[in-house]
Design a protein around this ligand. Structure first.
Ligand code: SF4
Length: 201
């Protein structure tokens, strides 16, 4: 926060904006100052170029900070971001809005995530429901529930299966996750999430 405040002082007329997508915006930065801003961000480990990618997640405070929560959000978001950083596939996957809420109040906007995750409580355990195909863009759409929820240790592998499956399903490297979903419908994506059901069928 001190580093961001210093950047605002030096480059953006003392102004910082926090976006609903949980990113910090430095407005008014002169183009010629961009390299200096980037170097400062690099020095403070804040220069990850992931806007609009799978690790640029909206996650509500969840059970770590919110008294209303039925499940944790932040650790799930961190695990997903870490996993896809390890796989080094983020840029190949391309634009993908993943949003996580820790209860039905939906502060993480999971309904309009291309992939949404809703944390619930089932029999005293956290359970995470996946929704698919939501869109907060011009064609606004509420996502559809994919099927039964996953435990806290199962949700990240399920998201990995889903996203790696999308890479196989897309028509070309420029077809986004949402476009693939809209073209193919839910069935092949559900089959990636629930491979046992796929075998049984
Ligand atoms: S969605 Fe639920 S858990 Fe998350 S911040 Fe809102 S009220 Fe809290």
């Amino acid at each position: 926060m001190r580093a961001m405040a210093q950047l605002a002082r030096e480059f953006s007329h003392d102004e910082l904006r926090i976006s609903h997508e949980q990113n910090v915006i430095l407005p008014h930065v002169h183009r010629s100052d961009l390299p200096a801003v980037y170097r400062t961000l690099q020095a403070t480990d804040l220069a990850t170029a992931n806007i609009g990618l799978i690790s640029d997640i909206i996650a509500c405070p969840g059970m770590d900070y919110c008294a209303l929560a039925t499940a944790r959000s932040i650790p799930i978001a961190q695990q997903i971001a870490t996993r896809f950083a390890e796989l080094k596939l983020e840029h190949d996957i391309g634009p993908l809005k993943l949003k996580i809420s820790g209860c039905i109040n939906a502060c993480g906007h999971h309904h309009v995530g291309h992939i949404g995750i809703l944390g619930l409580e089932r029999a005293g355990m956290e359970s995470y429901q996946i929704t698919l195909g939501g869109d907060a863009g011009a064609e606004a759409k509420i996502g559809s529930r994919a099927g039964p929820g996953f435990g806290a240790d199962e949700i990240v592998p399920a998201i990995e299966r889903l996203v790696l499956g999308y890479l196989e399903l897309r028509s070309d490297p420029y077809e986004t996750f949402l476009q693939s979903y809209q073209r193919l419908g839910a069935a092949p994506f559900r089959a990636m999430i629930y491979p046992a059901q796929k075998k049984a069928a």
